[in-house]
Design a protein around this ligand. Structure first.
Ligand SMILES: *Cc1c(COP(=O)(O)O)cnc(C)c1O
Length: 396
């Protein structure tokens, strides 16, 4: 079912057989990406065949890494709606504004896509227990998919992670460790202990398959847009996995013959209190050094350093895109506007992209006549205490 060929280092180009557990490139320490035989996959899978398949991300299985169907661990992830945001668009003077609503995924965020893929593939390749550093949603998703697979899970989260994320992991039977520090400090703990403990590290992009799960957002978007991509995509970037994944999906779909060479401008939106990619983009740096004293209520954006920094910057550059930062207060107002206009209870990361859109319009970098897709990457439910505390008394 899968047309996976091998893994290739995104930086030095080293090629490695795919069918054993792997983390980063053994030569240069950068992310490995999966390659597929698009020629053969394009014969086996066509848009007409797709149209008859089940509405989950597994409809793209020829272009996904799991080889044996019996290894698939699923909770029904993917197949999320692309909604025409008419009322919100009216406020902004836009006819072509859309929201891809990832909050309806299992565990309430698009992390389900990546972890469904990573857990399935880890199981297929013989992993016996899994560990992850997380700002919140990745831990919840890994815990749920680990439980579904019957495999032990260890999650490491910052001590100040909102309680719902922690309770969720415990409810799925995961071992939860709270760390004094940020997600990067959690990552160091996993790295230091994984060999002795026998854990397979599923940190995003330090493992090649979470990005394969998240790339399906790009496939779905193309399919839902009738194979004509929008003018711009606004994406709340932490580790950048979704941005990198969608960018990869667009190349793959062109190779499959499903879309042409046109690409949306990829806009990374970050928090004012943690904006390593925006800084690197504005300074035209080749990579994004760690952001000091990272602070934001959008836990998914509290990622001070990302191993996929170069890949993110490349996608922004090659697409003619951009990177902008927005303050937490604007995210909360964005959550309220999306909620009040469209009936979607967005995560602060979703509110952030709306604030980012306003900024891009004000700067003249997005036109009101453009077709624009905002990614709401998660549900607001796990953030209610923080949403309420910040600007709890203000109206949108
Ligand atoms: C993890 C997360 C993000 C950031 O995702 P990346 O693809 O790693 O950049 C954004 N929003 C939410 C709700 C998240 O959980």
């Amino acid at each position: 079912m899968s047309f996976l060929i091998d893994l290739e280092c995104s930086d030095c180009g080293k090629q490695l057989p795919a069918d054993r557990l792997r983390n980063l490139c053994p030569d240069c320490g950068r992310p490995l990406l999966a390659r597929y035989d698009t020629e053969e996959a394009g014969k086996a899978l066509t848009p007409d065949i797709l149209a008859m398949r089940e509405p989950t991300l597994w409809r793209y299985r020829e272009m996904l890494p799991v080889r044996d169907e019996s290894a698939i661990v699923t909770l029904g992830e993917g197949g999320t709606p692309l909604m025409h945001a008419r009322r919100l668009g009216e406020r902004l003077g836009m006819d072509g504004l859309y929201i891809k609503d990832e909050s309806v995924n299992p565990t309430g965020s698009f992390k389900a896509r990546g972890l469904a893929m990573a857990v399935s593939r880890a199981l297929e390749l013989g992993a016996e227990s899994l560990a992850v550093p997380s700002a919140g949603n990745a831990a919840g998703a890994l815990s749920a998919y680990g439980a579904r697979a019957g495999i032990p899970v260890h999650v490491f989260m910052p001590r100040d992670t909102p309680l719902p994320f922690i309770v969720e992991c415990r409810a799925h039977g995961a071992a939860v460790e709270l760390v004094d520090g940020l997600i990067t400090d959690c990552g160091k703990q996993v790295a230091a202990r994984k060999d002795a403990e026998g854990w397979f590290d599923v940190s995003t992009l330090k493992e090649p398959y979470r990005v394969e799960g998240k790339k399906t957002m790009g496939y779905e978007l193309a399919e839902q847009c009738g194979w004509v991509l929008p003018d711009a995509i606004l994406y709340p970037a932490g580790g950048g996995t979704g941005l990198i994944g969608m960018w990869k999906a667009f190349s793959e779909m062109e190779a499959l013959g499903w879309i042409g060479p046109e690409r949306p401008r990829m806009v990374a939106v970050q928090a004012a209190g943690c904006q390593p990619i925006v800084r690197a983009w504005e300074q035209q740096w080749p990579d994004a050094p760690e952001w000091e004293n990272a602070r934001t209520l959008a836990s998914g954006l509290r990622v001070p350093a990302a191993v996929g920094d170069k890949l993110m910057l490349a996608a922004i550059r090659e697409s003619g895109g951009d990177a902008v930062a927005v303050p937490d207060g604007d995210m909360v107002r964005g959550v309220r506007e999306i909620g009040a206009c469209e009936g979607i209870f967005a995560a602060p990361e979703g509110g952030a992209v709306l604030a980012g859109l306003r900024k891009m319009i004000a700067l003249g970098r997005i036109d009101r006549s453009d077709r624009v897709v905002l990614f709401n990457t998660g549900s607001g439910h796990k953030y209610v205490d923080n949403l309420d505390a910040l600007h709890g008394d203000q109206d949108a």
